[in-house]
Design a protein around this ligand. Structure first.
Ligand code: DC
Length: 222
């Protein structure tokens, strides 16, 4: 099985890149952030915003998180319920960032991610795919862009959905999530030693796909 790991901060374009590559190469796309978002969403509903580690751990034994694919689109299920359409909000992103720092939450999701990679050729995006989940991945890309560029992309995405967002507020959230994700004790966001750094601050989506394909083709034949 061939595995491609794409890690990097939020807003760097990992999921757009991984989706395009998965289509072009005919391999599975696994969005690992959706798993943390599913747990964040559940905790937000059941516990509210002030989540403690102990409360989350008390909840875990009663939770099952699963992935499925419909027309090649990933869906995530919590206790059998498809929560995919509820997990893309800012409060859920913040809750996901919070619960993802808890070691037992990470351990809870580890086997699911590895078992999918063991059975499929896969491109997986997240924060610790190349460092923890698949340390022997065939290809590792660390995708990043300057915080201001990522914030301005986010403002653009929201505008497309008819939501007007303030750049400074969005930038603050981007920096806050970067800080949370890269300073946590367990599996922090960091570039794997053997990952190729791709900074797409000055590249559009198509150029980023081409850059990534070049990296992938230099390592594996697909
Ligand atoms: O990529 P995303 O924005 O959907 O991820 C949501 C949160 O989950 C993010 O703040 C960091 C966390 N996450 C993680 O800790 N490890 C991963 N492999 C993927 C996401």
């Amino acid at each position: 099985m061939i595995s491609i790991a794409v890690d990097g901060p939020s807003g760097s374009g990992k999921s757009s890149l991984a989706k395009s590559i998965s289509k072009m190469l005919g391999i599975l796309y696994l969005d690992t952030g959706a798993l943390y978002r599913a747990i964040g969403y559940t905790c937000l509903n059941q516990l509210g915003e002030d989540i403690t580690e102990a409360q989350v751990y008390a909840l875990l034994p009663a939770l099952t998180v699963d992935l499925g694919y419909q027309d090649s689109v990933q869906h995530v299920y919590v206790n059998g319920e498809d929560v995919s359409s509820f997990i893309r909000t800012q409060p859920v992103a913040m809750a996901a960032s919070k619960v993802s720092a808890f070691p037992q939450v990470r351990a809870f999701l580890l086997d699911l991610q590895r078992s999918i990679a063991a059975k499929n050729d896969v491109i997986m995006d997240g924060r610790d795919v190349g460092t923890v989940i698949l340390p022997n991945a065939d290809v590792k890309i660390f995708l990043t862009a300057k915080p201001e560029v990522r914030a301005s992309r986010r403002v653009g995405e929201l505008a497309e959905k008819g939501i007007q967002a303030d750049f400074d507020t969005v930038l603050k959230e981007v920096l806050q999530r970067d800080h949370n994700d890269s300073t946590r004790a367990v599996a922090p966001l960091k570039q794997a030693d053997d990952a190729v750094l791709l900074d797409n601050s000055l590249r559009d989506a198509e150029q980023t796909v081409n850059d990534a394909l070049e990296i992938i083709r230099s390592k594996v034949s697909l």
